[in-house]
Design a protein around this ligand. Structure first.
Ligand code: UD1
Ligand code: CA
Length: 492
């Protein structure tokens, strides 16, 4: 049996920083792109390389961050950083915690909680290079047009990496270097432990720099090398909301492109927003201006859009969803929804069913082939198969205090403007007349009528609105204009 490939000894995710430029009450790493927090992206990438242990270092907004981390990745070790600042101190704290039971040996990877586009594949490449070359430290770098603010990669005459200089500590000549430190590294655990013990806070920022480990590792005779990535997005952090939006747009561009390569037609990639957590089948068609969020899934041959937002919605094979706002709903195979439809949680539309224009639904199960075609509300209800709900029907489910259920059978035909005053049950094959207010159960096969008889007061308009256009037309139509007001009642 081939043993499952095990990853590095540990990944340490740094997430103690304050993120003040976000100007937010929400901790920076909890801001989202692609429907997932930045720390969520970081944890997934870290997990994907299958580390034996995963630690995350927290400090700023500690409790909020720790609570989220333990939900996202319950087995992640949460480590608190003390008041000594710097990335070196953060890693030292993590290493001490990881070493508590047994000293780590092998590869330790360091990543950031605010670099959301970093992929597991690039991390795996970093680790593979590090281990293949038997390096003491391997740093992930990128060459940028504007390297301002970043730590610069120092290389010797032969091109080998000799160290990293922080921007604030750099000379003018060093500031011309465009190869930057991403802050993502693979270390040999023993080298890292040893070097961190020697890192001081004697620098422009009075911080313990993790970057000092590179120079110290070299002095100790270790090999230091770099993996240079051409994909700068993967090493870019979000410090403010402008960068957050740019990273979000790039992540979406990548997600949309990946789905197109997997066989999804996307008519307008620029206005199609797909969360990282969404799944789509081959031959799905996405029309312009749509947002697919959360656990939304769309099955083969379904068409979504234009102008549709779906969150946690399951769209069945061949279904059509047009100009719809939906969440927590299930749309059956071959069903049709929209335009202008609001699906709320608990909506389950059966195969080949229909929820048409200007309908709002909530907590309703609609059987196969049943249609709610236009203008209405269906909530806390159960509708059987092949039932036709007329235009403007409403389930009056709320008595001001409690919600009640409406149960409508199969093969039912309801007249326009029928109101179901719940709790109420309508049997199979029953009909209702236009404007019926169903307060009592309707037996199977019955016709339910509840409206009062219509009363026409003849000549009312000429008598009460004399001189109006309506009165003139009425007089012309009735010719016998001397008629006095009289009443008739239908059905008497
Ligand atoms: C750091 C690097 C720099 C690199 C840059 C890439 C050091 C000394 N410098 O810069 O070479 O080009 O990242 O973005 O490492 N953090 C902690 N605890 C701390 C300080 C930071 O956990 O005490 C975390 C932050 O939350 C963040 C990451 O470490 O996720 C980097 O911190 P940040 O201050 O953004 O980076 P710099 O120190 O400016
Ligand atoms: Ca800093």
């Amino acid at each position: 049996m081939i043993p499952e490939k095990t990853g590095p000894a540990a990944v340490i995710v740094l997430a103690a920083g304050a993120g003040t430029r976000m100007k937010s009450r929400t901790p920076k790493i909890l801001h989202e792109i692609g429907g997932r927090s930045m720390v969520g992206h970081a944890l997934l990438a870290a997990r994907s390389i299958n580390p034996q242990q995963l630690a995350i270092v927290v400090r700023h907004e500690r409790d909020l961050v720790a609570e989220r981390v333990s939900r996202l990745d319950p087995s992640a070790l949460i480590v608190d950083q003390d008041d000594i600042p710097g990335t070196g101190r953060a890693v030292e704290a993590a290493l001490q915690a990881l070493d508590a039971e047994q000293q780590l040996t092998g590869t330790v990877v360091v990543t950031y909680g605010d670099v959301p586009l970093l992929s597991g594949a690039l991390l795996a490449e970093l680790v593979a290079t590090h281990e293949r070359e038997a390096n003491a430290v391997t740093v992930l770098t990128a060459v940028l047009d504007d390297a301002t603010g970043y730590g610069r990669i120092l290389r010797g005459e032969d091109g080998t990496v000799t160290g990293i200089r922080e921007h604030k500590d750099s000379s003018e000549a060093e500031q011309l270097i465009r190869e930057v430190n991403s802050g993502i590294y693979a270390f040999d655990a023993a080298v890292l432990r040893e070097a961190l013990g020697k890192v001081t806070t004697e620098n422009a920022q009075g911080e313990k720099y993790l970057t000092d480990v590179l120079g110290l590792a070299r002095e100790a005779g270790g090999r230091v090398a770099a993996v240079v990535t051409a994909d700068r997005w993967q090493v870019e952090g979000a410090n403010d909301r402008v960068q957050l939006a740019a990273l979000g747009a790039e992540l979406n561009r990548r997600t949309v492109e990946a789905w197109m390569r997997a066989g999804v037609t996307v008519v307008d990639p620029a206005t199609t927003w797909i969360d990282a957590s969404v799944t789509l089948d081959e031959d799905v068609r996405l029309l312009p201006n749509i947002q697919l969020h959360g656990a939304t899934t769309v099955a083969r041959d379904a068409v979504v859009g234009p102008d549709t937002t779906l969150t946690d919605v399951t769209v069945g094979e061949g279904a059509k969803v047009v100009r719809t706002h939906g969440s927590g709903a299930v749309i059956g195979a071959g069903a049709a929804v929209g335009p202008f439809t609001y699906l709320r949680p608990g909506t389950v539309l059966g195969e080949s069913g229909k929820i048409g224009a200007f309908y709002e639904t909530k907590n309703v199960t609609i059987g196969r082939g049943s249609k709610l075609s236009h203008l209405g509300y269906a909530g806390d209800a159960e509708i059987g198969e092949d039932t036709n709900i007329g235009c403007g029907n409403i389930t009056a489910n709320y008595d001001g205090e409690k919600k009640h259920r409406t149960v409508i059978g199969s093969g039912v035909r309801t007249g326009s403007n029928t109101v179901f005053v719940a709790p109420v049950t309508v049997g199979d094959g029953a009909y209702s007349g236009a404007g019926a207010v169903i307060r009592k159960d309707v037996p199977a096969g019955a016709l339910a009528l509840s409206i009062a008889a219509q009363r026409n007061t003849e000549g009312w308009v000429p008598a009460h609105r004399p001189g109006t256009r309506s009165a003139e037309l009425a007089q012309a139509a009735t010719k016998d204009s001397s008629s006095t007001p009289a009443s008739t009642e239908e059905g008497k």
